[in-house]
Design a protein around this ligand. Structure first.
Ligand code: NAD
Length: 490
């Protein structure tokens, strides 16, 4: 029997039907810690068959009963926070504190989804004509699927799954093949809540598995989170096949620093945003736009604080930043830094070739800051997805907003200011879906939608909250006539 991670289909742990395996690497050491199936279409066929069968009963289970499983799910997640977070840190690299923070965000989504009996309610109009009423029923779609990225192995599937199953759908999660152990552990723990077989399934794999999900005729709804290039492929192929798709993509998040901002607080918040999770957050600040004469003091303080950030193994409580996810990722980030320098940027802080004692094989990149970059440069346009912060200076708030609006990404944008008028203009005029005012990571709470725009999102309904409920239900309009005279005949 293979020692590779197994899929969870129809309440059973089963081996993948594909033969190819991929190593799961601890990014702090560069060593393999497990193996995961590279995936195959047959696994998706099996999972979908189980989920379709389970759906027949699950859709008829009252919402009030369905959410009882979610109450238990919350309890299981909370009481196992540390062991789940530890595995997450091991395979993803982020600090233990960051993994625990992910757990909280996941649980918040379960909590919101526990309100499904209310969230699924609809509208009713009495007497649209004499004796005729009209109303809307929200019904589940069938089998849903989530395809998730490496950077939040715990949280991201919970932007969708709790809502989908609470609404009466059954579900398949495909974790990132780079970080498959965390969700495997979560599934092992969730066995304790005794969901009916087939309601919740997990299939490992990479591209082939994703393409099988996109092609399967009995998966009507897909939630994707990952890079823009793959988001486009998933959205295009899924919708071409008649599916509902919500696909969250990459980002280049700008933070605008106004001359009247509270400098010390701003520097601290931006440093945390840019270098937390080693810059591998889709809402990480990756571009600072200083306005007017903010630049000089601000930049100096930023570099000093960034320099003090300690890079190392995520389980070491003394460190601020773990490694990046893969060797290729480290090489790509470092080569983009060089591109920036070649394009004329000023290297204010160089995190390349950082060494961590005892972790020679790890994929570490220290905080890096490039000043004076041009809006025409590669580093301005590209999502670096590492601990690299670029700085650009402009004369006015209008220019700053203009730059953000020209960028093809629109995940988030933040402003740091003491002026209500500047903040109001920024939130009104900026073309990005998540706006922060004196906030570094504009991550919506679970009861708000995660609202990426432009090439950071393909679709219309986003993850989390009422959007997830709408995405995972379809509306049925009923028009009824009841005539008093008919009743009298019986
Ligand atoms: P990725 O696009 O490489 O992978 C995401 C998922 O797609 C994985 O499950 C992977 O197996 C699958 N996949 C990869 N290549 C594929 C292909 N060619 N065809 C079909 N499926 C494929 O993303 P990643 O590197 O795991 O994650 C980082 C990216 O995710 C960054 O761009 C980041 O901005 C983005 N992200 C966005 C959000 C958001 O909310 N917008 C949140 C987190 C991460």
């Amino acid at each position: 029997m293979s020692t590779a991670l197994r899929n969870y289909i129809n309440g059973q742990w089963v081996e993948s039907k594909g033969n190819a395996l991929l190593d799961v690497i601890d990014p702090a050491t560069g060593l393999a810690i497990s193996q995961v199936p590279a995936g195959c279409a047959e696994d998706i066929v099996d999972a979908t068959a189980a989920a379709s069968e389970a759906w027949l009963n699950w859709r008829n289970t009252p919402a009030t009963q369905r959410v009882q499983y979610l109450f238990k799910m919350k309890q299981v997640m909370e009481s196992n926070t540390d062991i789940i977070a530890k595995v997450c840190t091991k395979e993803c690299g982020k600090t233990f504190a960051e993994s625990k923070a992910e757990m909280i965000r996941a649980v918040e989504n379960i909590e919101v989804a526990c309100g499904i009996p209310t969230l699924m309610q609809s509208v009713f109009s009495e007497d649209i004509a004499t004796g005729v009423d009209e109303f809307v029923i929200r019904q589940p779609l069938g089998v849903g699927a989530c395809i998730s990225p490496f950077n939040f192995p715990i949280m991201i599937p919970f932007w969708f799954m709790p809502y989908a199953i609470a609404c009466g759908n059954t579900y398949i999660i495909k974790p990132s093949e780079k970080v498959p152990m965390t969700m495997t552990l979560i599934f092992e723990l969730l066995e304790a809540i005794n969901l009916p077989k087939g309601v919740l399934n997990m299939v490992h794999g990479g591209r082939e598995t994703v393409d099988a999900i996109l092609a399967h005729p009995f998966i009507p709804a897909i939630s994707f989170v990952g890079s823009t290039i793959v988001a486009k492929h998933v959205y295009r192929t899924g919708t071409l096949n008649g599916k509902r798709v919500q696909a969250q993509g990459g980002a280049k998040n700008a933070v605008v620093v106004m001359p009247d901002s509270d400098e010390d607080t701003t520097v601290k918040i931006i440093t945390d945003s840019a270098f937390g999770c080693a810059g591998q957050r889709c809402l990480a600040a990756s571009l600072v736009i200083t306005v007017g004469d903010t630049a000089i003091n601000f930049t100096e303080k930023l570099v000093t604080l960034a320099k003090s950030k300690k890079t190392g193994n995520g389980m070491d409580p003394a460190i601020d930043m773990g490694p990046v996810i893969t060797k290729e990722s480290k090489e790509r980030i470092e080569s983009l830094v060089q591109t920036g320098i070649d394009e004329g940027a000023e290297l204010l802080l160089d995190g390349r070739n950082v060494k961590v004692a005892g972790f020679d094989g790890g994929y570490f990149v220290g905080p890096t800051i490039l000043g004076n970059i041009s809006p025409e440069s590669q580093v301005y346009k590209t999502e670096i997805f590492g601990p690299v912060l670029c700085i650009i200076n402009v004369g006015t708030l209008e220019e700053a907003i203009g730059l953000i609006n020209k960028n093809h990404y629109g995940n988030s944008a933040c402003i740091f200011t003491r002026s209500g008028a500047a903040a109001r203009k920024f939130r009104h005029d900026t073309l990005a879906g998540n706006i922060g005012v004196n906030i570094g990571v504009a991550a919506p709470m679970a009861f708000f939608p995660f609202s990426g725009w432009k090439e950071s999102f393909f679709g219309d309904l986003h993850g989390q909250s009422s959007h997830a409920v709408e995405f995972y239900t379809q509306t049925k309009v009923v028009i009824e006539r009841w005539n008093d005279e008919w009743s009298r005949k019986f």
